[in-house]
Design a binder for this molecule. Structure first.
Ligand SMILES: [Zn+2]
Length: 135
């Protein structure tokens, strides 16, 4: 009588997994399921290791990030770009400060990184990692 229910007893059984968060690695083990009884009494189990990388959310400043291309943990290279919202904010400031002759304050959105879109690149392979915009 077949007690395997059609399951191959030599198939691998997951027994452990690895969870990686940035540079921190968390390893947890779980008990393997009971082995299948085979006709000749041999049971083969192979551990399966799974690595899950959780990337931090990109910010407006250079930050440590794992490059998806070269798989290195790098400090990102950031290039800032003025967007439509930057121009709209500068226009708003210009219009608001025109009456008091302080319209030079309209240059503030172009001088501060906060009002620009940050594009993150890998310094090793120059691949694009993502963008962040606060406004
Ligand atoms: Zn890279």
């Amino acid at each position: 009588m077949d007690t395997n229910n059609g399951v191959n007893p030599t198939e691998s059984v997951p027994s452990s997994a690895v969870l990686s968060i940035q540079s921190e690695t968390v390893t947890f083990h779980r008990e393997p399921p009971p082995p299948y009884d085979s006709l000749d009494g041999t049971v083969t189990t192979q551990p399966i290791v799974q690595t899950i990388i959780i990337q931090p959310t990109l910010k407006n400043e250079p930050m440590y990030y794992i490059c998806h291309k070269c798989e290195e943990r790098v400090l990102t290279k950031v290039k800032y770009e003025s967007t439509k919202k930057t121009h709209m904010l500068a226009g708003f400031v210009f219009g608001f400060t025109l009456w008091c002759s302080l319209c030079c304050l309209a240059a503030i959105p172009y001088l501060m990184k906060t009002f620009k879109k940050a594009h993150h690149y890998c310094p090793n392979c120059d691949s694009y990692l993502g963008a962040y915009s606060k406004i």
